[in-house]
Design a protein around this ligand. Sequence first.
Ligand code: 0L1
Ligand code: MG
Length: 262
Amino acid sequence: MPLERSTIEALARHLDSCVKEVRDTEKLTDQHPEMSWEEAYAIQEAWRALALAEGARLVGFKAGLTSVAKMKQMGVETPVFGYLLDRFAIAEGGEAAAASLIHPRIEPEIAFVMKKRLAGPGVTLAQVLAATDFVIPAIEVIDSRYRDFRFDLKSVIADNTSAARFVLGGRARPVEALDLRTLGVVLSINGEARAFGAGAAVLGHPAAAVAELANHLARRGEALEAGQVVLSGGITEALAVAAGDHVLLEVAELGTVGFRFS
Ligand code: 0L1
Ligand code: MG
């Protein structure tokens, strides 16, 4: 039986309370095994509406589970998409309070900042590159609201694909000057290099993830807008972090970005 609108909104409020109270929960499909893909995204969107009504600002979107390493780590096969709010942003070189997160993990990503509106369907990689103002190194902090990061795809979509924090920094550069497939990344924690990869790990080219995102948004009556940020997906597996950790991402040709968990 389809989920009632009141149930969709109650589930969005439940996930929101998990974030605000820094506590985990069972995956939503344990109670609602019949949940459809449409309903999973409807919960995510109801949660977004709740945040916007509180005064949060939508600053962009994210693609998740876009690399073989991430898909293997989580035992899934399809990319998923979520949104980014201004309240998720950490200042470059700044701090994130570990006590405000349940069980954070970090991912090295390439962020795109759009200079033009990009609307699907049928968006291609070349159209993504033409609509991109610049790319910049990004670290995404994911923090699944589900106990022990155990979930299925529908539950993770409802949970805004575990989005929690992100930091952008290093050098912002136009895409024309770069081959994003061969950009190497090194992710270090407390000075120890812990994960390595190159842009091609993300669907063969990080812009392919942005194209998939734009086409997904089109199916939901939305588009990427000028000035919005897109996190194109983790290049390596995600690494667990804890209070006191210093995190640093180095990206070839794009410099470094880091922050500290306080
Ligand atoms: O950004 C991501 O790849 C995360 C997607 C959601 C799954 C997870 O929490 O690892
Ligand atoms: Mg990610």
